[in-house]
Ligand binder design. Structure first.
Ligand code: IVH
Length: 679
């Protein structure tokens, strides 16, 4: 049966509704409806299209699933060449660029720059004719690229049809396709599970995903597009804006996604501030960037300045220090951690990466060594992002020397020679020596003295190493038996600092039950769990005597943590250390058992959503629970409050729909400090 006018109208309405939802979600980052409503519209669309296949068009929002494989990519000639950018690798070369700009304009007013992050993905051109996406192409050599239309159509935030009416008849939009970081981690996990090769980084994964002849594969990859310029523009209905940044905003009104960090700066100093700012937030972004781009904002000025070779004179990429570098693995050693975990560590030929010189990189565990296929002597790519421990990303097998050696995992602990145990479902191998093992002992003592535990000022790692090596400290209780003369005899210790240390030891004796529990270093008992245990049981003896069942009533404690606790207290030597600590005078204020119903947030249900920037989610959850609230995973009419972090999506939308109270992360932190002082 042919479709009636009503059906045709209904279909058009559904399509515009979905396009609008996509725009709110991907461009404005502010969805107005919950996911379920989106799904309903999509289902309605699909069912009409199924019933009336003649109504199915390739710009329908249902078509983001990919098409049958192509035999090969066709070539695309770029009508306006896709150029590259000059780079500045440091402040001076950026300032030199800026001075050249300033000299050319022969006027001493400060130049306005459009400031954008330099996205680390692939340059892509999208051609829209009469508002419809008709072609997607790679940059290729700048003149000729590959036609990847079928693939770009599957990218979730690329509009197949532009919004509004006032766009030019032919409009070429340029930008970068990137893979999100969390999507990349998930993708690599699946690749490995399916015995496929992992990708070295999100950029490679994005490139691999975009150059698939089978667009159904591209459709499944977590790719996003961000626009950064215009290419060909023909038959515009209105003159385009006269600055680059205003043109980008115009593109975003037509539905094209724009980086949220876009800004405008006047003059060199403001640009440098922007560089600094983006460097600071870099790690919190969900995609990789490798610098920032500054472009003279005034289009007339751009035209006046023109191009040299293959890059514009009016723009520069101010790069961050490289986060990936090549170096050689000279050796692999095995470190023993506080809980006995044995971590292979690559000793590297020192290399400058991510702004510092790096000579070690973690190899995590045996599986990781196998995954990398690493041998000693190999040339590798290492990566250091932010404060994260440097990682080995991949091995350059072509550079493997003839005398490369296999990495032999030790059979006994390299420190104490105890047996090494590897449980079947754990990737980590562990030394079974417990506190008999010098390495575990040192790490446990460092944990005990650390800021969140006993917070003993002046008791640093080097001092602890000496105290353990000289057998002055065998358990944490021994710290409190140290005499002034024993401490002042240590290397790098004078009379004065020894006396200070004795004083800090004395001061640390006054603590809290939560800190005491944390300081014991029981496996998987972190700060939040320790606090929950203290709040739940109020007394140490009650925790010591608790059985598996009772322990699991504590928020945050599951079967595994409960078992670790029971095992810990079953060891005579652990109980002895606790007794010795108490005998040394460690004490804490008595905790009054608080009736749950008297807690300030009793009876309230909170939902956490989005990314929290200042407090990790587990701590936030534990703190809320500590204040008497329940923390749920989904929003309903019964929810008292939704805490929306960055990039909050459907849960936030649902809260707004249901009229549930919404607070920001900062509101929550303010609430915590307000309530904690009143409790
Ligand atoms: S503008 C004529 N802006 O960097 C100017 N490029 O090194 C052309 N890139 O091929 C590019 N973020 O793939 C521009 N905000 C941004 C960018 C950006 C990333 C890439 C782009 C280009 C490469 C040049």
């Amino acid at each position: 049966m042919a479709a009636s006018q009503d059906i045709i109208k209904q279909l058009a309405l559904i399509k515009t509704t979905i396009a609008e939802y996509n725009y709110q979600y991907y461009v404005l980052d502010n969805p107005s409806v919950p996911d379920a409503e989106y799904d309903r519209q999509m289902q309605a669309l699909q069912s009409i299209e199924q019933e009336y296949p003649e109504l199915l068009t390739d710009d329908s929002p249902s078509q983001k699933v990919g098409d049958i494989p192509l035999p090969e990519f066709k070539q695309v000639e770029h009508e306006v060449p896709m150029l590259s950018l000059d780079n500045a690798f440091d402040r001076d070369s950026f300032l030199a660029f800026e001075k050249r700009m300033q000299d050319r304009i022969k006027d001493d007013s400060e130049i306005s720059y459009s400031c954008e992050p330099k996205l680390d993905g692939l340059a892509v051109s999208l051609l829209y004719e009469n508002g419809k996406l008709v072609r997607g192409a790679t940059r290729g050599d700048g003149r000729t690229g590959e036609n990847i239309t079928a693939n770009v159509r599957t990218i979730k935030n690329i509009p197949l049809v532009l919004r509004g009416r006032d766009y030019p008849e032919r409009l070429e939009v340029r930008g970068e396709v990137i893979m999100t970081r969390d999507g990349f981690i998930k993708l690599n996990k699946t690749q490995l599970e399916q015995d496929k090769k992992a990708f070295a980084n999100p950029r490679n994964a994005a490139a691999g995903s975009l150059r698939q002849l089978d667009s159904r594969i591209t459709a499944k990859r977590p790719l996003l597009f961000f626009t950064y310029s215009l290419g060909l523009v023909e038959n515009e209905q209105y003159p385009l804006a006269d600055t680059h940044s205003a043109r980008l905003r115009q593109l975003s009104e037509w539905g094209l996604p724009l980086s949220k960090e876009l800004d405008v700066a006047q003059g060199a100093e403001a640009c440098l501030d922007y560089y600094q700012h983006i460097g600071e937030i870099r790690d919190s972004l969900n995609y990789d960037i490798d610098g920032v781009v500054f472009k003279a904002d005034n289009i007339e000025l751009q035209q006046e300045l023109g191009f040299v070779a293959r890059a514009p004179r009016w723009a520069i990429a101010h790069k961050f220090p490289a986060q990936e570098e090549m170096t050689v693995v000279q050796d692999v050693e095995f470190q023993v951690g506080r809980t006995g975990a044995i971590t292979p560590v690559a000793r590297l030929e020192p290399v400058f990466v991510g702004g510092v010189t790096v000579s070690n990189a973690t190899l995590h565990n045996q599986d990781e060594i196998q995954r990398l296929g690493l041998k000693i002597g190999d040339t590798v790519i290492i990566r250091r992002a932010g404060d994260v421990i440097p990682q080995v990303v991949s091995v350059i097998v072509d550079k493997r020397p003839a005398d490369a050696r296999d990495i032999v995992f030790p059979e006994t602990c390299p420190i104490c020679d105890s047996a090494i145990e590897k449980l079947e479902d754990e990737a980590v191998a562990r030394c079974t020596g417990g506190l008999y093992c010098g390495a575990q002992l040192k790490e446990s003592m460092k944990h005990f003295a650390s800021r969140k535990a006993f917070d003993i000022d002046g008791l640093g790692d080097k001092i602890i190493d000496q105290l353990v090596d000289q057998k002055l400290v065998k358990t944490a209780a021994d710290f409190f038996k140290l005499e002034l003369i024993q401490i002042s005899n240590l290397e790098r210790m004078g009379e004065k600092s020894a006396a200070n240390l004795i004083q800090s030891l004395e001061n640390s004796k006054q603590t809290t039950l939560a800190k005491f529990m944390y300081s014991l270093g029981i496996r998987e008992v972190g700060e939040a769990t320790a606090a929950n245990l203290a709040a739940h049981y109020c007394e140490l003896d009650a925790i010591k005597q608790a059985d598996l069942e009772s322990l699991q009533e504590v928020s945050d404690v599951g079967a595994i943590v409960a078992q670790h606790l029971v095992n810990f207290f079953a060891e005579e030597h652990n109980v002895q250390v606790i007794d010795d600590l108490l005998a040394a005078g460690i004490h804490w204020p008595k905790i009054e058992k608080v009736e749950l119903s008297s807690l300030p947030l009793a009876g309230q249900t909170f939902v956490l959503t989005g990314t929290l920037a200042q407090m990790d989610r587990n701590t936030a959850k534990a703190t809320l629970q500590g204040l008497g609230a329940k923390v749920a995973g989904s929003v309903s009419a019964k929810t008292s409050c939704v805490v929306a972090g960055e990039k909050a999506g459907s849960k936030l939308a649902k809260a707004e729909e249901l009229g549930v109270k919404v607070m920001s992360e900062q509101d929550m932190l303010d609430l915590f400090s307000e309530l904690e002082t009143s409790v």
